[in-house]
Design a protein around this ligand. Structure first.
Ligand code: XMP
Length: 515
């Protein structure tokens, strides 16, 4: 399989670069700059390398640098932003600070001289287009062997290249959607410069994974914690296709799911997919442990611990399993090139590895895939649309949407209110407009009037957010009519609720969830 290396110098768009490459059906992997040697790069057979951006200045003592022999490995390189400056610096050019004239945001990119015909990166692109910049430093003198191919008003070298050596540099960010022809440039780099063919196709991945696991895991017993979320569902179905009933899925129903969700998971996997599923009704157990607890972090901790405990008990009943399967995905395991020590983010879908279960191996079939690719595999495997496109749902479930103490009565109200909100969003055809939307139950009371009498009930807050990565989010401007219908139905149909409000805070300063 042909591969592109995204060498991470700590830029904020690194995953975006890898996803953009993969969308063009070329497999890309992200590695921190300090974790890979030239020998390894050669051995892996990368077809091309992309140097990412990063927050540093190339002259800072602590700024990230890589082995200069990478430039001589005979593999085409595209340097982006900091990566472009690094190429200049390593090649003997100069980088300077633009001070106040740094460029941030939309800038007009001008291809110079004959770049439209001569540069493989820009061939046949418009002479002027919008690009996205974010830099203070700039390339003030290009290294020998390079020529400038594009400029902007303030940047004398917005792009440069040394075609003979296969080295290309752009000061702007072609990976972000604001750069009008950025994807075209990346496409030209992959196909015209690196000579990729585009063999990273999800149907192939799915087929090969199933066949590979069928052979590799033959006769072994597998155990997987199924939450009903996209990742664990897709991992489960893929492995089921490979090993059939040798896979047992344990679905811990903690009673903190949305209305009808537990039954839907059970029906889908047990009845429709004929999978080996154990549904553990642990509702009372969780409620008991949450009784009287109001602190959000304590709630999370209790739920995480209890989850592992229930899962361990079920696994013990099964006896020895050979393999623990998990729905880990690529963003969970990417090591970051930021800071002095590259830290591996540890993440486990079951909230930590259970320690009383004995198993020989862990299998993570989706660990090289981004979320959108996991969804493609899910579709490929014919998993129901509502599961594949399920919006994110926090592990601690509705417990972090009931402010304060969690009780059965409050959960019941919240489930009904949330279901109405979801129905109204679906009814308006807006299911994919907000990236996440839900109802939350406040911990305070409000006065209302129901049937000529004074009523005293809970307040429900509706929240809908629009976001790319959930690190920042904006509140979604839902149509007033949708809000009106949802608000009026919730206040009228759900006993115990007298008031409905809409949350209009972004993240930051708020978070997506209320706790
Ligand atoms: P916040 O509230 O931190 O949420 O802005 C960002 C995204 O993460 C989800 N979230 C969680 N997911 N366990 C999870 O598995 C949690 O404890 C948790 N808290 C928040 C949240 O739903 C949103 O998508």
């Amino acid at each position: 399989m042909e591969k592109i290396l995204v060498l991470d110098f700590g830029g904020q768009y690194n995953q975006l670069i890898a996803r953009c490459v993969r969308e063009m059906q070329v497999y890309a992997e992200i590695k921190p700059y300090r974790k890979i040697t030239v020998a390894e790069i050669r051995e892996e057979g990368y077809k091309g390398i992309i140097f990412t951006g990063g927050p540093n200045s190339v002259y800072d003592e602590k700024s990230p640098h890589c082995d200069p022999d990478i430039l001589k490995a005979g593999i085409p390189i595209l340097g982006i932003c900091y990566g472009a400056q690094l190429l200049s610096y390593m090649g003997g050019g100069e980088v300077a600070s633009a001070g106040q004239s740094g460029e941030f945001g939309r800038v007009t990119l001008q291809l110079i001289r004959d770049s439209r015909t001569e540069s493989k990166l820009f061939r046949e692109l418009p002479k002027e287009s919008v690009c996205w910049m974010s830099h203070t430093d700039y390339i003030s003198r290009v290294p020998e062997g390079y020529r400038v191919t594009a400029i902007t008003e303030h940047c004398p070298c917005a792009a440069m290249e040394n075609e003979a050596a296969g080295l290309y540099a752009v000061q702007f960010h072609p990976e972000v959607s604001h750069t009008r022809f950025g994807k075209e440039m990346i496409r030209r780099f992959l196909f015209d410069i690196c000579g990729c063919r585009g063999d990273w196709i999800m149907q192939e991945f799915t087929r090969q994974a199933i066949e590979g696991y069928r052979e590799e895991l033959a006769g072994k017993k597998l155990l997987l914690a199924l939450s009903g979320g996209v990742d664990s569902s897709v991992a489960a179905v893929l492995l089921h296709r490979a090993v059939g009933h040798n896979l047992t899925c344990v679905f811990v129903d903690h009673g903190l799911l949305r209305k009808g969700e537990g039954d839907m998971v059970e029906k889908t996997f047990r009845e429709e997919m004929n999978m080996n599923l154990i549904r553990v009704d642990a509702k009372q157990r969780f409620l008991k442990r949450l009784s009287g607890v109001t602190d959000p972090e304590t709630k999370r901790k209790i739920i995480g611990e209890e989850f592992i405990r229930v899962f361990e008990e079920e696994a013990e009943k099964l006896g020895h399993v050979d393999i623990l399967a998990q729905g880990t995905i690529y963003p969970d395991i990417i090591e970051s090139g930021k800071g002095d020590s590259a830290v591996i983010k540890s993440h486990h879908n079951v909230g930590g590895l259970p320690d009383v279960i004995s198993f020989d191996e862990i299998v993570e079939p989706l660990k090289y895939l981004f979320k959108d690719e996991v969804r493609k595999v899910g579709t490929e495997l014919q998993i129901p649309h509502e599961l594949v496109w399920r919006q994110p749902f926090p592990g601690p479930g509705l417990a972090v949407r009931v402010i304060g103490e969690v009780t059965e009565e409050k959960l019941e109200m919240l489930r009904d209110a949330d279901a109405i909100f979801r129905e109204e969003i679906a009814g308006a055809g807006l299911e994919k407009a907000p990236d996440q939307y839900f109802a939350a139950l406040m911990d305070s009371f409000s006065v209302g009037v129901k049937g000529d009498a004074r009523a005293y009930g809970y307040i429900v807050a509706l929240r809908a957010v629009t976001t790319d990565d959930f690190m920042t989010a904006d509140w979604t401007r839902l149509p007033y009519e949708v809000l009106e219908r949802a608000g009026s139905r919730i206040a009228n149909e759900v006993n115990g609720i007298t008031r409905v409000v809409y949350d209009i805070t972004s993240k930051p300063p708020a978070t997506v969830e209320m706790e």
